[in-house]
Design a protein around this ligand. Sequence first.
Ligand code: HEM
Length: 573
Amino acid sequence: FELPRRIAFLGNSHTRTRSNHNPTFSRSPNQHGVRIDSKGGSTQLQSTLFPSVVTKISTVISPPLRNSILFGSAAALLYKNRKKFYPPNLPTPDSSFSEPLPDGSLGCPFLGNIAFFTKVGDRKTGTGAFYRMQSSLSRNPRIFKYAPLGRPSVVISGMSNVKRVFNQEFKLVKTGILSKSFAEMFGGESLLFATNPDRHQFLRRLVGKSMTPEQINFAMPALIASAAQQIDTLKVGKDVEMEEVLTRYTLDVAWRQILGLDLKDDEIDTFYDAVNDWIGGILSPTTSILPIFNKYRRCGKALTYLISKIDDKLDSLKRNGPDGSTMSGMYFAKDEEDPSKSLDRSEIISNTLLLILAGSETAASTLTVSMLALGLHKDALKKLKDEQLAMMSKYEGEDMTRDMLEKDCPYLDAFVKEVMRVKPLATTGAMRFAQETFVLDGKQVPKGYGVGFNPYLTHFLDPALKKEDGSHMDIVMGFKPERWMDDDTKPTEYMPFGVGPRYCLGVNLALAEMKVFLALFARRVDFDMTNTTPENVEWKRVSIIPKPKDGALISVLSMSDPSSMVVRSALSV
Ligand code: HEM
């Protein structure tokens, strides 16, 4: 076991020399190992929170002690929240309905399904093994029941089922808060915790104003600058763990674009450490079990630091007027439904924190998988390069815009879509709770049950693509970006960014961020995978979006001149 990489790499400066934020280093491949992940929107909920906690604990202590701590913490959390977890008669079917409960076991009455903890992921496919197993055991793989931490719940997959239920957010199902202290660590005014539809819509309208396609156009120079800077850290002849480069990139986007800060070199590490410590706190059971100590812990101090940065930025926006940052968009946004309404300070703070959390890990993981896909499919790298060359000659001397990426890069678009088809979120989204008993595919889901969706299973079960051996989801055998370029071969079961009123608010930013990096990378870099071949692809057991076990370790073969990137003006940002 090893420490969570973001924690090991960013949090402990003594573990590795940080040579001017250059993550390129030579070392033997076996020094690379498991990393846990943090994820944005859904970390508050047991289904996504606990796999991460399991690994985090696994990384530092031996199994018997680890299991005692894990189950002790789970039991303490359960006891603390017992009234929420055990409304009377919840595990039993609603007697006013004749339909049976979905297939699946609810496990132990206190801890629920133990396999939820022990079968978090496997090397062959990555995280989400528990869900894959439960789905395969159910007579209808699109719905099964289980009990994370003893809370009876169902997992729903398949677009029509998912849309039927999750389009009715706030009516049929609603998110719930596991712990108040946890929500506080997260910023209590975050739209993630809004359970009233009007309030949620209000927050989404105003926070979303800073992430419209027009706003992302303004963000392009900052995205290009961040990507170019990270690509510049790669060196020919060196092995590079791309996961680290990409984590740096997405955190760079967080401080440059989301917060609009101008951090000096020595403060960049402080910012990274703070994000890391804060996420560590969100993932730690101690945060919910002993909230009284939160403000004295590293996570509490990190939160105070991040809030102070956001506060300073708000003061500067007040003094100096708008800039191109996402925070500026939020600060100056007026509600079109009632122009007298805008976001107050605490709403901006909470939602800025949410964007940092929701945006960095998801995009970094997807880009890390993209690196593996490019390394395994050299034809895809060549097609990306050719497309970029054609675009550069068409717009000779012009900087890259979002419009160019949209109109002139169909292969890049197909490539990103295919990466997110094969390796989407493999656990559930944020857990909702049924507000009334409902029936789906002839099975009842009783009022009070937890209800989650699973993007991986939805893609896996796509009848148009499904192969019994699962090879349609395999990054070697099933990876075909071209399928997205023809209406006849396009997948129909696809939900990497969720469904319904909680559909990913950062989708425009996420796609621009990922496409900018891939476009610039393809223009400049030629590489081989250092260890991975089509025969030995392995995945980290635990993460939110699956990631290659070695963090996509690559050997850089050649790099073209930076001027080929057409980012001159962006580099001066
Ligand atoms: C590849 C990158 C990303 C993926 C795969 C992704 C995926 C998702 C998914 C599946 C959801 C729905 C969760 C649910 O319904 O339970 C979601 C929600 C959300 N995402 Fe993303 N996301 C990505 C990037 C981003 C970025 C860059 C941001 C912003 C900076 C962002 C902000 C949000 C927010 C604020 C929500 C909550 C929306 C709400 O509750 O109304 N995401 N994301």
